[in-house]
Design a binder for this molecule. Structure first.
Ligand SMILES: Cc1cc2nc3c(=O)[nH]c(=O)nc-3n(C[C@H](O)[C@H](O)[C@H](O)COP(=O)(O)OP(=O)(O)OC[C@H]3O[C@@H](n4cnc5c(N)ncnc54)[C@H](O)[C@@H]3O)c2cc1C
Length: 486
């Protein structure tokens, strides 16, 4: 493996940066798992000048929810590289070897590794990849017509501004926490630690554990993990087993539903489904993403089971339940009241409105892709869709004004065009390899396009002969469907 050259960019102690260096072939903004995967794959490409920038001081994966005992929701094979290059030195197995953990891992027989270890693995890779630079918050991305390159300005914590140029840029800035409208006015300093998004949970866990009661909103994996953690990490000073907050769990969904995890169901996280989904009309895509919530918003069977076990244990001998579970409920208004909060809720099926008084609220209400502020200088050159979102092609390239000869790619901001796999780690290495191939203009990594057993669209005539003729004498006599993916 040849490490890429990463010559330092121009820095200026104050004011505007100088920028007369040769452009990088590719600059990545953000070093989460997705751009880190790209950095790892790029590291094996000779003479490719790449740089990846992240605002944080070091790699850190959702630190506010890095709870003990939680596991990755995908098999460890969905690491930074293995799904496209199992021989890469940046694989999870190689990480284990470097840390003398192969034997313990072998004996543990686990497919789903601790989240804390995934975080440590990614940091191990990020600290060794010479192209990764931290303490570099990108503040502006512009198109420099004269240099025919993007100008990427970044700032370190001490305020130093630097600028690099890049022929191609890959945005991997992740998604932003979403808080329901009624709770937003309460996200102020006054209510810090008592009204928060689950992304900040760990920083406030100790305070919440001593609250009288906590209301958790949201029936995704994060909400379930916070509920379980609050039930488990209770202040049990008198040993009665009755300490800790009363936990109320509210969910808009009609049930605390398990995440779809069947083997065939998981084929929605394949290149085949991405291609099929891209071929559908916009209205159909919107409808599907809404309806497929159980593919990305449900709770793992295990966590649901753990919550049930915890409640069972805590109510032995007729003890009062330490929790209440309310599906089908949305919060329609919220206000501070005394030393707590008043939530006005509506049961979505019954239409009944009721009030809840609570000491603290954790909104485990998900994340969404948003337009980063640093993109403003380029905003007029991006061909946004009519809802202000990127239009993304099959190689993850964002549609730009034809005057821009460089390419801008996105990772994890394309659910509306590429489907539910966008935030999922399963497709991360595959997508990064697809971008790398496009960026260098040749096939560095062979990326399969057909891996699923499921045929998502109508079978075409050729497929028909192969797949249908055994059971139906005529097979499919030429499909008339126009949306067929192949
Ligand atoms: C708690 C949690 C657990 C999850 N677990 C799983 C799982 O088990 N399996 C799965 O498939 N998916 C999981 N996901 C979903 C998804 O895979 C992760 O959110 C993943 O981290 C997304 O990676 P990313 O690279 O897009 O962004 P992120 O991991 O969010 O990283 C983005 C990075 O960009 C940086 N950045 C942002 N703006 C700038 C800027 N202006 N300049 C420089 N840097 C910037 C940030 O500092 C950050 O480091 C989970 C999500 C959450 C929230």
């Amino acid at each position: 493996m040849t490490p890429p050259s990463t010559s330092p960019d121009e820095r200026s102690p104050h004011g505007l940066p100088a920028d007369d260096q040769a452009p990088y072939d590719l600059v990545g903004v953000g070093i989460g798992p997705f751009n880190l995967s790209l950095a790892a794959l790029c590291s094996g490409v000779p003479d490719l000048r790449v740089l990846f920038l992240d605002a944080r001081s070091r790699f850190s994966w959702h630190p506010g929810l890095l709870l003990e005992g939680t596991v990755l929701q995908v098999p460890f094979l969905a690491d930074l590289v293995t799904m496209v290059d199992p021989t890469s030195p940046w694989s999870y197995l190689n990480y284990l070897r470097h840390h003398d953990r192969m034997f313990p891992f072998f004996f543990s027989e686990r497919f789903h590794i601790p989240r804390r270890e995934y975080d440590h693995y990614c940091r191990w890779a990020a600290e060794r990849l010479p192209s990764c630079r931290f303490d570099a918050e990108v503040t502006s991305l512009e198109w420099d017509e004269t240099a025919r390159a993007f100008a990427v300005t970044h700032r370190s914590a001490d305020g130093t501004l630097s600028r690099v140029r890049a022929r191609q840029v890959v945005l991997g800035v992740g998604t932003a926490p979403v808080v329901p409208g009624p709770l937003r006015p309460l996200l102020t300093e006054t209510h810090a630690g008592r009204v928060l998004h689950s992304a900040d949970y760990l920083a406030h866990r100790a305070g919440l554990a001593t609250a009288r009661d906590v209301t958790v909103i949201g029936a995704g994996q994060s909400g379930a993990e916070v509920v379980l953690d609050l039930l488990r990490h209770r202040d049990d000073a008198d040993g009665s087993g009755e300490g800790g907050p009363y936990v109320r769990w509210l969910a808009r969904t009609p049930a605390f539903a398990p995440m779809e995890y069947s083997k065939i169901g998981l084929e929605h996280f394949t290149p085949d489904y991405v291609r099929y989904f891209r071929g559908l009309g916009e209205a159909e895509r919107e409808r599907l993403v809404r309806e497929q919530w159980q593919l990305y918003k449900g709770v793992s069977q295990e966590t649901l089971g753990d919550i049930h076990d915890e409640l069972y244990e805590r109510t032995v001998g007729g003890a009062a339940s330490p929790a209440a579970l309310h599906p089908g409920v949305e919060v329609v208004a919220a206000s501070a009241e005394g030393d707590g909060y008043l939530l006005t809720c509506r049961h979505r099926q019954q239409g009944t409105v009721f009030e809840v008084r609570t000491s603290a609220v954790v909104a485990a209400t998900g994340y969404t892709a948003s337009r980063p502020a640093f993109l403003e200088p380029l905003a007029d050159l991006v061909d946004w869709d009519d809802r202000g979102r990127y239009q993304v092609d099959g190689e993850y390239r964002v549609a730009l004004d034809p005057r821009v000869s460089g390419s801008l790619y996105v990772q994890n901001a394309e659910t509306h065009t590429h489907g539910v796999g966008a935030p999922d780690l399963t497709l991360g290495a595959w997508r990064a390899a697809t971008i790398l191939n496009a960026a260098v203009g040749r096939t560095v990594f062979d990326v399969p396009s057909q891996v699923a057993w499921t045929t998502f669209g109508a079978p075409d005539a050729r497929d028909g002969e192969r797949a249908w003729s055994a059971g139906s004498p005529g097979g499919v006599l030429g499909s008339t469907a126009t949306g067929s993916p192949r």
